[in-house]
Unconditional design. Sequence first.
Length: 69
Amino acid sequence: MEMKRVLGMAILIVGVVLLVFGINATHSVNEQVVQAVKGTYTDTTIWYIIGGILLIAIGAGFALLRRGR
C-alpha cells in the first residue's frame, strides 16, 4: 500500500473521530445551555465539527483518489 494512501486513511480516521466528538458535544448539558442562550454552539464544538469534515475530505482525497503515473 502506498504511503499516501496510508496517510490518507489515518487522516480520514482522525477526521471521523473529531466529527464524532463534535456531534457528541452538541448533546452535552453545557452546549444545550449555551445554544439556548446564544442560539449557537460553543466555538470549540464548531471547530471540532468543521475540522472533522475537512479532515474527512482531505483523508478521502489521499486515500481514494489515484494519481496517474
